[in-house]
Design a protein around this ligand. Structure first.
Ligand code: AMP
Ligand code: ZN
Length: 456
């Protein structure tokens, strides 16, 4: 499989560290509120990647995602949502609530919880503190006013490159924050933040100094990814906005090599602007009629292209999804009812090949979906179609193949009645029954010698 690696800005052949298996880490959500569907694009991309490696490349996959359950945005919510509650208890309540919502959201867009291991930042406190201590012992981290900072200058002095993911004039690009004067250098970032009044805090003794506080955001991901997958691991994922400073800092904290490949998805936009909480132009999954239609919408764009979300685009994806499901269902009912389907071996083979090749080419889902459309046109009423689609759907994850619901005895009676009317060339009656069946969502196609009935 070829993947575009943000470390080299090139499409590269993917080679796992350990033959036959692959380790993936994805930056997860901060659980202070419902996530928006722009965030979901990032998780759907990661899921597509892991499914593709499993199904197309037949690798065994270990996929880990973190939950950020302590940070500034969470703290800001505590006062509002849990006034008067002890800070740590309030934090636990808030984050448990939104972690639950998050897990439901990802499962609604086709991410199976059995495929991904979720790790919590708060549960990884020891690993984070050890990593910070290690950086401090190397002289790269320093203590200032109860917080611990990573010194970019000292890190670079060890010969490491700061700027592996972005070409940066790092001093100019570094985010200037309100704790600016506590830092040695403008690009330095917090590894550990001193407790402010009313904030939840954890004990941390570093070099004899008592530093009650909480971890910085970046250290969470370095510690959790390495803790779960070892160092280096294979693939790190996230949206393009995480390249800098988040992933750059994750790499630096890990000493220069964290993951061999970084895969970044582009933005989901609204009217050509990034969907985000701060612009207040966001939608949540509750605004979408069918979550899997949203997943299909994502797959209709390449993950490295920006895509637009609108009423029209989600409606079109929904219609397409319903059309595809109906084609599969019709084929399944034909098989169930004993209609002889011709085998189009060449079309089956061509589809399997074209679909897999498209996915192997840096997860080119628009091309894979084009191969599927072509195959549907050519072979939707031939033998093996539903099985092939079921295989492709293990990669796509959009619920294309559903259980065939047998006809009830009442429905069977209507079907038998219609078949009898047709046998006697009583087309007035057979048309009337057909219309009645359609009202019950059962469609009919009259073939030579028999009729096919299926649920629409
Ligand atoms: P955050 O909680 O902001 O760290 O976001 C979680 C994930 O969603 C990260 O991988 C972000 O890069 C990604 N993300 C945020 N906004 C968008 C967007 N509009 N389109 C695609 N991905 C996004
Ligand atoms: Zn992260």
């Amino acid at each position: 499989m070829k993947l575009f690696n943000s470390l080299t800005n090139k499409k590269e052949d993917f080679t796992p560290i350990q033959a036959g298996s692959v380790s993936i880490y994805s930056c997860g959500p901060t659980v202070y509120d419902k996530i928006h569907i722009g965030n979901l694009r990032a998780f759907i991309t990661a899921d597509l990647l892991q499914r593709s490696l499993r199904i197309v490349e037949k690798l065994s996959v270990r996929w880990v995602m973190n939950i950020t359950d302590i940070d500034d945005k969470i703290i800001a919510r505590l006062e509002r949502d849990y006034p008067g509650v002890e800070p740590e208890a309030a934090r636990a309540k808030l984050t448990t609530q939104y972690q639950e919502v998050f897990l439901q959201d990802i499962s609604r867009v086709g991410i199976k919880q059995s495929d991904v291991q979720i790790v919590s930042a708060v549960d990884s406190m020891v690993a984070m503190q050890q990593m910070i201590e290690n950086l401090y012992r190397q002289g790269i981290a320093y203590i200032s006013e109860g917080s611990v900072y990573f010194s970019v200058e000292r890190y670079r002095a060890t010969g490491q490159v700061y700027g592996q993911l972005v070409n940066l004039d790092y001093e100019a690009e570094a985010r200037v924050t309100d704790d600016q004067d506590q830092k040695e250098g403008v690009a330095d970032f917090a590894l550990w933040k001193a407790q402010k009044p009313g904030e939840p805090a954890w004990q941390f003794v570093l070099d004899g100094n008592e530093l009650p506080g909480r971890p910085g955001w970046h250290i969470e991901c370095s510690a959790m990814s390495v803790g779960a997958l070892g160092q280096p691991f294979d693939i790190h994922t996230g949206g393009v906005d995480l390249k800098f400073p988040h992933h750059e800092n994750e790499i630096a904290q890990a000493g220069g090599t964290l993951a061999n490949y970084f895969v970044h998805n582009e933005f989901l936009n609204v009217n050509a602007e990034k969907m985000s909480k701060s612009l207040n132009n966001f939608f949540t999954l509750d605004d979408v009629a069918d979550p899997l239609a949203f997943r299909l919408l994502c797959l209709q764009a390449h993950y490295r292209s920006q895509m637009d979300f609108s009423d029209e685009s989600i409606q079109a994806a929904h219609n397409r999804l319903l059309g595809l499901r109906a084609a599969v269902r019709k084929n399944q009912y034909a098989q169930e009812s004993g209609v002889t389907l011709q085998l189009k071996a060449d079309a089956n083979k061509a589809f399997a090949h074209n679909f897999a090749e498209a996915i192997r080419d840096d997860l080119n889902t628009p091309l894979a979906l084009a191969a599927l459309a072509e195959y549907e046109k050519e072979a939707s009423m031939s033998a093996g179609f539903a099985e092939q689609i079921a295989w492709a759907d293990q990669v796509l994850g959009i619920g294309l193949v559903n259980e065939v619901i047998p006809f009830s005895s009442e429905e069977q009676a209507l079907i038998a009645e219609r078949n009898a009317a047709r046998a006697q060339s009583d087309f007035a009656t057979s048309d009337k029954i057909r219309d009645g069946l359609r009202v019950r969502n059962i469609d009919v196609e009259d073939l030579s010698g028999s009729s096919l009935y299926w649920r629409m």
